[in-house]
Write a protein that binds this ligand. Structure first.
Ligand code: SF4
Ligand code: SF4
Length: 358
């Protein structure tokens, strides 16, 4: 089985995965923290987290016959990412009329990319080893991805709760293949957060309420991507110009000095963030559909896209930039939008100019 694993490692690299490991399926140790997080309501309206809690702890129940979980890591920073990307990303947060989009979402939707490659890998394993019981997952509700990644040596769980590695930071996607073959388990990495609290301190909304505990209801990534309804007013100023996700806790992390560029060409940026907020806000529903097709951004739909940009435009008005006139005009053009949530956010945004003046 050890020799087969060596072949899997080789195949995984050929398919663009940067690291891989093997976890066993005994996740009892993860039970208490998961249940405490859920009972605190930190998952917000991600009710699927609660629904799948039992399955998340029992991979063999989720996919009968599973005895191991093969874990994979794929770096996602686009190949042409500049050396000073972390400083440049922080500087972009001060450019009030330009959008900031999370690094992971700038290329093709990773769900599609990772899933296709994991399927391909599983088929290749089958070609070597014979019939294989398997199922692939990536960012899927019933799977404790970070826990499995940490157990199998792909990294450790950072205080921001993401998987983190000494040789690649945290700018990578995770994926899994549940299998019915007893591959040899790979050992975990040691943890290297030490006394550092930078991710906790930098978080704009104090969403990391304690080391290793994120209250999703406060997290800008959750609010701008997963959350369906109106964004609570108390977080709108802190959102700044982040229109899809937030990377701050990763940007500040010293281990991301070692973040690697993607070898998978699908993760090249589509440069949506190169356009101004006003330009993005003017996209019709059809333009949104066409321009975001195949990207993770498409998942939030046009109304939530407008909701997020309206907040950023309101914050631009509050910052009193030279573009105020164009920003206000763009907002007013949407003030009778058919969607009540969009209208409310536009109203809030327009009021920011007055809030600043008063
Ligand atoms: S993604 Fe942003 S808002 Fe969420 S925990 Fe990290 S720094 Fe805080
Ligand atoms: S910023 Fe510091 S505490 Fe947070 S994940 Fe990185 S090393 Fe750990």
């Amino acid at each position: 089985m050890g020799q087969l694993w060596q072949q899997v490692v080789q195949l995984a690299h050929e398919l663009g995965f940067d690291a891989c490991g093997v976890a066993d399926v005994d996740l009892k140790g993860a039970r208490e923290p998961l249940l405490a997080w859920l009972s605190d309501g930190f998952h917000g309206d991600m009710s699927y987290m609660e629904r799948h809690a039992a399955l998340r702890l029992e991979p063999a129940e989720l996919v009968p016959g599973t005895v191991r979980v093969l874990t994979f890591r794929a770096n996602y920073l686009p190949a042409d990412t500049a050396a000073n990307w972390r400083d440049a990303s922080f500087a972009a947060l001060d450019d009030a009329t330009s959008p900031v989009i999370s690094w992971y979402a700038r290329g093709r939707d990773y769900h599609k990319v990772m899933r296709a490659r994991l399927q391909s890998l599983a088929r290749r394993i089958e070609a070597i080893a014979g019939p294989l019981g398997f199922r692939v997952f990536t960012d899927s509700a019933p799977v404790l991805e970070v826990e499995l990644a940490a157990r199998s040596g792909l990294g450790w769980r950072g205080k921001h709760t993401l998987a983190l590695s000494r040789d690649a930071g945290s700018m990578f996607f995770l994926g899994e293949i549940f299998v019915n073959l007893p591959f040899p388990v790979t050992p975990p990495q040691s943890e290297h957060c030490g006394r550092c609290t930078r991710c906790i301190d930098v978080c704009p909304t104090q969403a990391i309420v304690a080391p290793y505990r994120v209250d999703a209801r406060r997290c800008i990534s959750y609010l701008t991507i997963e959350h369906q309804g109106a964004i609570p007013v108390e977080f709108r100023r802190a959102i700044g110009n982040r229109i899809y996700g937030c990377d701050d806790c990763q940007l500040i992390c010293p281990w991301n000095k070692f973040a690697k560029r993607a070898v998978i060409a699908d993760f090249a940026s589509r440069d949506i963030e190169a356009q101004s907020l006003v330009e993005l806000f003017a996209w019709s529903e059809e333009e949104f559909r066409v321009r975001t097709a195949g990207s993770a951004i498409a998942r939030i739909g046009h109304a939530r896209w407008l909701r997020n940009i309206a907040i950023a435009l309101g914050n631009a008005l509050a910052a009193h930039s030279a573009a105020d006139h164009a920003v206000a005009r763009a907002l007013k053009a949407r003030s009778d939008h058919a969607n009540a949530m969009v209208r409310e956010h536009v109203g809030w945004a327009l009021a920011q100019a007055h809030a600043f003046a008063s």
